[in-house]
Design a protein around this ligand. Sequence first.
Ligand SMILES: [Zn+2]
Length: 382
Amino acid sequence: MQFKEIVGHQSIKNHLINSVKNNRVSHAQLFLGPEGSGSLALALAYAQYINCEDRQEDDSCGHCASCRKYEKLIHPDLHFSYPFFAKGKEETATTYMDEWRKAFLTNPYLGLNYWREQLDSGNKQANINIAEAHDIIKKLSLKSFEAEYKVLIMWLPEYLDTQGNALLKLIEEPPAKTLFLLVAENQDKIINTVISRTQLVKINKLHHDEMNSYLVEERKLDPRRAKEISFIADGNIQEALNLIHQHGENETFSILVQWLRFIVTDNGKELIGLTEDKLSKLGRENQKSFLLYAINMMRQIILMQQGLRNLVFLQEEEFAFVEKFSGLFQFEQLEEAINILEKTHYGIERNGNAKILFLDLSLQLVLLFKYQTFPKNRDSII
Ligand SMILES: [Zn+2]
């Protein structure tokens, strides 16, 4: 992975490149950035740059022997560690290396749920286990095969738990020419003893305009769609990709409209059917996207209601829907709907039972939308 392939973050890229030029590469660094910001890709581009045999002014060369192996994640001195869903105590990250390569090379902005879905792990607990910690110690105690630096990139050290203690000595006094790059999303969840031994590289979420040009130029989205998706995804490329994927035939929109129709007409039987047969079977990542999409639609409805229609970035069909809906409910109701949707999103993210969460959400919304400003229109709205 070269720096130029990664969206945005120019100042971080400069900072990393300069640390190599000035010979100030710290041996243990913590890349801290939110999901979908590209922090894992940055760590890898950095490691590739350090080991490149023909370093350029502002990037690795991309074609030397080292770069070629780095590009495929097959360099013998490049090690990865990441949470996995162990089926047995003896499993380590290496057990899932083929899946990992495929997942990263397909989607360098991957989030944990995307990774979970690649491994088909259902609701199993993600973990970096003690066998993995010992495996890291073993790997890094070996001499490097061909590169100057051995590199270990650990994605999501949040999942190390107390196993991290086994690694402390290694992080503090690493073997010569060994580089630890930890890539985390949530500083509060990493054991302090690990944080205190690393140098922080803080990565911010991407700007809307950076995401927007990525979607238009790389993903060939039409500008209006790109604007809408950047707005919902809020700097998280993993989220944007989920939305693009879902929006293939704009199925999300039709499910949402159907669902809201059952809600506002208080059609219990259909509502339960849709919740059980469709929403609860979408898969966690798609459920989160569905909820974010619903939250965004509610926000657009509020904007429309407040007379800010020039801020509403939607496709024709959605625009018409938002326009209708905005005339039917009061601001407080819409605001509360967002609140309830956000809580459900939180629950799904925390691995809650999707069926129960969606049923509960649906019933709460039925109660919320029971009283409308214009009750007569109830059946004709959507
Ligand atoms: Zn190179």
